[in-house]
Design a protein around this ligand. Sequence first.
Ligand code: DX5
Ligand code: ZN
Length: 214
Amino acid sequence: MQVSPSLLSADFANLTPDLEMINASEADLLHLDVMDGVFVPNISFGFPVMKAVAKVCRKPLDVHLMIVEPQNWISQVRDLNAEYMVFHQEACTHIHRTVQAIHAAGMKAGVSLCPATPVGTLEDIIGDLDQVLLMSVNPGFGGQPFIPHVVEKVRKLRRMIDESGSKALINVDGGVNASTGALLAEAGADILVAGSYVFGAPNPNEAIHSLKVL
Ligand code: DX5
Ligand code: ZN
C-alpha cells in the first residue's frame, strides 16, 4: 500500500519537525489539502506555505485542490514540483481540458469525487487519469468519521480501471486508520491518505507502517 500523510493535521506553528518525520518515514507521498472557503466551508493554506513546505519535503507531493476553477492554478502547482495535481470533478466543468493541461505541465493528473458523486461519472476520462481520489468524508476538515459506503465505490472503481486498462491509482481520503484502511485495501485501493491518524498518533511512524503493510 502507498501511504500519503495529510499535512492538514500537522502542527502549523512548527512544521519542520513534522516534515522531517515524514522525510525519514516509510510514507510514499505528502498530501497537501488546499481549501478556498468556496468549494468547501474551510480555508487551509495556499501557495506561499506550500512553497516553503516543498523546499523541506523530500517526498513527492500529492496536491489535493478543494477549490473552484482549479484550471487557473496549474502553473503554480507545477512550480512546487508536485507529482500529482488532483482537483474535484464537482469544481471543474472541463475536466478533459484540465487533465490535458496538467499533463502538458509535466504533472500526473488526478480527479477527486465527493462521497455522493458516483464513480461512473469518470467512465469517459478514466483512461487519461493517473489517480482517482475518492473522498471518504465530506471534504473540508480533518478528523471526521469514515463513510462506509465508499468501500463499495472503491470496488466499483477497481472494476472500471481493470476493465478499461487505465493506469489510474485509487487513492482514498478521509477517516483512514488501520481498520478502515484494511477494508479499503481489500476493496482495491492503491494509496491511502491519513491526517489525524498519523499526526495524532503517539508514534506517527508506527501509524504509517500500519497502513504500509495493508
Ligand atoms: C479533508 C482532506 C483530508 C484530511 C483527512 O477535506 O481532504 O485530506 O486531511 O483527514 P483525516 O485523515 O483526519 O480524516
Ligand atoms: Zn485531502
